[in-house]
Ligand binder design. Structure first.
Ligand code: FES
Length: 164
């Protein structure tokens, strides 16, 4: 399975925290999704083997929890908080702005494969909403103008990237 070496290390470390290997299924899936962006069938089989479970046991966990994705996401992941404080300060409008900028509905991948926009729950910065997380960066007090600027930055980075 294709993950960063650091993720494999974390996985091995996390397993040692549990007296019974199989109990580590949730943290392992979180680590894999954080690295790969989603949980593939290959990942399900890999986790099952690692924890001495049947693939169906892992598959059931993946499908039970809505936070696990089974499809790849775009190269950039835009997460817009929709919990109360951010919703009241304009989070939904900000999300619409991102959707317009990239012509992409929430939860989907933009046609060029660059962006996925999603609503998420509280990002723990409720006093400075609307809050948006783009990849690893938290942006606070994001209004529609700011959403446009952030979108422009992503678009410029895409254009500046050498073509493969
Ligand atoms: S409500 Fe948006 S960060 Fe907490």
């Amino acid at each position: 399975m294709n993950l960063k070496p650091a993720t494999f290390q974390q996985i091995d470390e996390v397993i040692t925290h549990y007296p019974v290997k199989r109990s580590a299924v949730l943290p392992l899936l979180h680590l894999i999704q954080e690295d790969a962006g989603f949980i593939s069938n290959e990942a399900i089989e890999w986790v099952a083997q690692k924890l001495e479970l049947q693939p169906i046991n892992v598959y059931e966990v993946v499908t039970f929890y809505p936070m696990f994705r089974q499809q790849p996401i775009g190269r950039h992941h835009i997460k817009v908080c929709r919990t109360l404080s951010c919703a009241l300060t304009g989070g939904y409008k900000v999300c619409e702005q991102f959707q317009k900028e990239f012509d992409c509905a929430t939860g989907e991948v933009s046609a060029d494969g660059e962006v996925t926009i999603e609503f998420v729950e509280c990002l723990a910065s409720c006093g400075t909403g609307p809050v948006v997380m783009i990849d690893d960066d938290l942006h606070e007090k994001v209004d529609c103008d700011q959403a446009k600027k952030l979108s422009d930055q992503i678009k410029s980075a895409v254009q500046a990237r050498p073509k493969s």
